[in-house]
Structure formats: C-alpha cells, structure tokens
Design a protein around this ligand. Structure first.
Ligand code: AN7
Length: 378
C-alpha cells in the first residue's frame, strides 16, 4: 500500500479524528542509517545511527509537525498561516500551505537564512517578510500578529506541531526494535527535543511534564511498545546556547543559522525532557560543527546541514570524555539536509579544478589523485 504520511500511519496516536483528511506530502518514514565507518575511523566502541529527517519532503523534520498543524488549521477553516523562522519552518509552512490552498506569511531574519530555505519559501509562493531583527524578534511579532489578525500560528507553540514531530520516536523504536540508549539532537527553539521525549514517553507508557506544552493535548500512550526511554542529549551552538548557559542570549550568532536562537519558546519543556531522562545539554563551537559536518559527509556519504551536524559533533565530544559510555547505542537526529545551505558547504570545500577539455590534461589530473598515489596517500 502507498505510504501516505505520519497522520495516516499514526492516526490512533495523534490528535486527529478518524475521518480527518490529512494535508500531507507523505512526510516521515525517514531512514535510520547506521554510521558504519565512523566508529572504526574514530576507534570508538559505539553503535551510531543517523535518523535522517533531512529526507523529508521539504528537507527537514519540520514536515512532521507541519502536516499536523496545517491539517488542523484547514479543518478549523483557517485561510492563512504565519510563522517566524530561521528557515526550515518557513520552507515547510510554505509547502504545506500551498498544498492546502492557504496563504502563508513568514518572518525571517534578514540575511541570516540559508539559500535553499529562502528559495523554498519563495518558490511555494509565501509572502516573505525579511525583518531587521533576529528569530526571537520575529517570534514575538508573530505572537502579536496572531492575536490581532485571522492567521494561524504554525511555530511550535502550536501544540499540533509537537504532536506531529513526536512520530520520529515511534519510527526509531520500530527500526531498532527498542529505544536507543541515547538520543542526541540539536536544540534551537527546543520544540523537537520536547517532541522526541513525548514520543518516547508515550511509547513507554510513561508520564512526562513536557506534555504541558500542549494544552488540550492528551497522553496517547495507551499501549506501551517499549519498556524504557532513552537518555536525551541536546546540543546548542556556543554562540547561541541559552539553555546550556541558563539565560537568554541577546545576540545569538552561529554558522548553524537554523539554531541561531537566543530565547527558546519550549525552554521549560526541554528542561523537563532532559531532567526526566537523566540527560544533559552541552555546546559545540562553530568550528567543531563544520568539522563534523564534513567528516560525516566524507566518511559516511551523509550530507546534513550544519545545525544537524551538531548532534553528531556533540556525541563525539561526549564519547571522548566518557559521558556517553562504551558499548552504547546512540541515535542522532539529522534534522535538515545539507542541500539547504549550499553556501556553507562550498565555502568549506576544495574548489573545483578548472581544466581544458583535453584528454592529456584530465588524465594527468586524475592519475595524480588515484588512491595509492603520492597526492592521495598523505
Ligand atoms: C535543521 O525553522 O526554528 O529546537 O524556524 O531547522 O525544535 O527549534 C529551525 C530549527 C534543528 C532546532 N535543526 O529545532 C525554524 C527553526 C534544524 C532546524 C533545529 C532547527 P528546535
């Protein structure tokens, strides 16, 4: 049977009616890829998996939440949606609004979103408002506009977003047959770590204070499919680490523009998830983020955006200091595709070699670079 997205698949565990017609682009069912080379290269005793949510229809995990938010907005007769975004939420909102025949307004920080994401918001026909301010300014304005105009907010303060995003945990459990020991992910506005934890908690038939994010949402954990929950580990960029540092960051800065957020909306829920799971928050430098983004691309063939690479960068850090123990099974959610941010990828890679369309010249260039020759064996 044709797979038709997370709402049809997990209808009995989501706040939708049996007859609710999903606004879907067949999101979800993303691959759980075992990282087979890295543990060997790094000489680490660990089973590492990447939940590659960058392979969703618009290239990020936001699609899981957006199908729910837009489905419910459509059901309630909304004709327009709005969000503030560091990029991926705007791309998803624009696409699902197009699917639903709704208008879409997105507020993005001027000059601070990756090119791929901007192209998506524009291509799907949303009204793009570049603000002279950061994400946190945009988020505040969206909440004010939502109270004044008939537009449905589809940021993760919309509880349906979190509900849709919790399905990632269901898929990981199905793929592994059990929850991992650790689940690592980037933390920006902190909705996704909250969603992961709700999904794992429901799967284990366990309560969580993180569900308080969702007024009117009930606990869908009627039948436990797991006997425990993983330790949740959240990573923030050093220049945008409000939760790690314990206070909002006025002017967040990081190359990982997706998580350039100084005052996360789901801060308290994320703390609850961390505390209840016995987890922690930690930070990584931009340099480390980019190093690991490249390492993953080159050693495993998996290309994620910088904000996603922080999950793996953080895990490697915590393996190094023994905070994640030997023999553990670790899942990293790779939240967005590398193609979202071609500028950052190109800036840190070797330039293409320009050469005449000439057999001799090309043969020489390739010969010098074949495995085992001087140029490659260094
Ligand atoms: C690739 O698009 O906040 O902690 O406005 O795009 O749930 O916010 C994006 C966030 C991680 C952080 N990885 O997730 C937005 C936005 C990627 C992201 C995050 C984002 P949350």
């Amino acid at each position: 049977m044709n797979y038709t997205g997370i709402i049809d698949k997990y209808r009995d565990r989501l706040p939708v009616a049996p007859r609710t017609k999903a606004v879907t682009l067949n999101e979800g069912a993303t691959p759980l890829v075992e990282l087979v080379n890295l543990p060997r290269v790094l000489r680490r005793d660990v089973r590492l998996f990447a939940k590659f949510d960058g392979l969703n229809p618009t290239g990020s995990f936001k699609d899981r939440g957006m199908t729910m938010a837009v489905t419910r907005a459509a059901e309630e007769g909304a004709r327009a949606i709005i969000c503030a975004s560091t990029g991926n939420t705007s791309a998803a909102a624009a696409a699902y609004a197009a699917r639903a025949g709704m208008a879409c307004f997105v507020l993005i920080p001027e000059g601070k979103i990756a090119l791929g994401k901007l192209s998506q918001a524009m291509m799907h026909g949303s009204v793009v408002l570049q603000i002279r301010g950061n994400f946190d300014d945009g988020m505040r304005l969206v909440q004010q506009i939502g109270a004044r105009l008939p537009v449905e907010i589809v940021n993760s303060i919309n509880p349906y977003r979190i509900q849709g995003q919790k399905t990632v945990a269901f898929e990981v459990i199905e793929a592994l047959g059990a929850p991992p020991d650790y689940h690592a992910l980037p933390v920006g506005n902190a909705g996704n770590i909250t969603a992961h934890w709700i999904g794992y908690s429901e799967s284990a038939g366990a309560q969580t204070a993180a569900l308080k994010v969702s007024p009117g949402m009930r606990d869908y954990g009627r039948r436990a499919i797991a006997d425990r929950r993983p330790v949740m580990v959240g990573y923030q960029a050093a220049g945008a680490a409000p939760i790690v540092r314990g206070r909002p960051v006025e002017n967040p800065e990081t190359v990982a523009t997706a998580i350039r957020i100084g005052n996360p909306v789901s801060w308290q829920q994320a703390l609850a998830a961390s505390r209840e799971s016995g987890g922690w928050f930690s930070e990584c430098t931009d340099q480390e983020i980019l190093r690991v983004q490249k390492l993953l691309a080159r050693s495993e063939g998996v290309f994620c955006e910088p904000a996603s690479a922080i999950a793996l960068a953080g895990v490697l850090q915590d393996l190094e200091i023994g905070r994640i123990g030997a023999g553990s099974t670790v899942v990293c959610t790779l939240t967005g595709h590398g193609l979202k941010d071609p500028d950052t990828a190109i800036a840190q890679s070797a330039k293409p070699l320009t050469v005449d369309a000439d057999l001799t010249a090309i043969e020489r260039l390739i010969s010098e670079r074949l495995p085992g020759t001087a140029a490659t064996s260094s």
